[in-house]
Design a binder for this molecule. Structure first.
Ligand code: UFG
Length: 331
């Protein structure tokens, strides 16, 4: 019994690989290294450099390692990039997922955990959102992920195959043991921008809009620590292996913070002023995106442990420092 992790060299996938190893599980990784890093995968883990759409490579990995569950992280994740390159996103996220699902069906893998996103909700009219809130993605990224959810649903109906799709809210923070974190210098997420500014890599960070109809005028998001998100994947794996039914689950804490509150937390935790600049609203940003995530707690038995913005900031900062030291040493 072993777990195949696609995208295991990336930010979230690498945390999953570490958690599976910590739990004593057999794990192998497929990643094409377009945005991931070979060094993010421990040397003792079997690594296959391939695309998830490469049916021969995926089948071989499944058969050689006795894979019974696939955790599918691989994909493209930059919302504005998906607007300028929709076909690239439908290829990487939808077409390749179709191939991976088909390979699972052909090789008899019965369990899949899929990285979906809160972007499937688009700009919801209600907040917080439940899994039953209408899905109306406003970007090719969100649509590409929603289409994969549909393929999973229909495949589970037609075949001996079960899945859990986890709709991630705003994933942030890093491994509390300092073994992995967000390493992509092109990442534009709020916490990454704040850490880069705190370390002087960027001169300032921009606040994208202060005129939203929220408590302080800036957007509200439900930031979830990456280790808690991985906890939801481990719970989903246990659930599926135990014969649990297919389902879709929000992954967030059920409460959010504004951009200004996040900046305050960073300044308080790091005891440092952050240089901020006001900027226009960013296209497509919903004012508020907060989850109702009770279903994952009830059905999967998920118990978050890091529901604390200060911990998110501390771990993200420690990782960004380690990453900077690594880059300096390599130069
Ligand atoms: N923000 C800033 N300045 C920055 C970066 C972000 O003010 O430098 C603001 C954004 O405008 C937004 C909030 O901080 O209000 C969070 O922005 P992020 O870029 O960190 O995250 P998003 O909410 O835009 O995106 C996240 C995921 C996507 C997912 C989306 C769903 O990263 O993968 O939620 O809406 F699709």
């Amino acid at each position: 019994m072993s777990v195949l992790v696609t995208g295991g060299a990336g930010y979230i996938g690498s945390h999953m690989v570490l958690a599976l190893m910590d739990a004593g599980q057999d794990v192998c990784v497929i990643d094409n290294l377009t945005t991931g890093y070979r060094w993010a995968i421990p040397q003792e883990v079997t690594f296959i450099e391939a695309d998830v759409g490469d049916e021969a490579a995926v089948s071989a990995a499944i058969e050689q390692h006795g894979v019974d569950a696939v955790v599918h992280f691989a994909g493209s994740i930059v919302v504005p990039e998906s607007v300028s390159d929709p076909l690239g996103y439908y290829h990487n996220n939808t077409v390749n997922s179709r191939s991976l699902i088909e390979t699972c069906v052909k090789t008899g893998v019965k369990n899949m955990i899929f990285s979906s996103t809160a972007a499937v909700y688009g700009t919801p009219e209600v907040s917080p959102v439940t899994e039953a809130t209408p899905t109306e993605p406003i970007s090719p990224y969100g649509a590409s992920k929603l289409m994969t959810e549909w393929m999973l649903r229909d495949t589970a109906f037609a075949h001996d195959f079960n899945y859990v799709a986890l709709r991630y809210f705003n994933v942030a923070g890093a491994d509390p043991k300092g073994r992995s974190g967000q390493s992509n210098p092109a990442a534009t997420h709020l916490l990454k921008a704040l850490m880069r500014t705190a370390l002087g890599i960027s001169d300032h960070m921009k606040i994208f809009g202060r005129d939203y109809d929220t408590r302080d005028g800036t957007c509200i998001r439900d930031y979830i620590h990456v280790s808690d998100l991985i906890g939801a994947h481990l719970a989903a794996l246990k659930y599926l292996r135990g014969g649990g039914e297919s389902g879709i689950f929000n992954c967030g804490y059920g409460h959010g913070c504004t951009v200004l509150e996040a900046i305050d937390a960073v300044e308080r935790v790091l005891q440092q002023k952050i240089n901020v600049v006001d900027a226009d609203r960013r296209a497509g940003d919903p004012p508020e995106l907060v989850s109702v995530a009770d279903k994952a707690r009830k059905v999967l038995g998920w118990t978050p442990q890091y529901d604390n913005l200060d911990v998110i900031v501390q771990t993200a900062y420690a990782w960004e420092q380690a990453l900077t030291a690594r880059i300096d040493a390599a130069e």
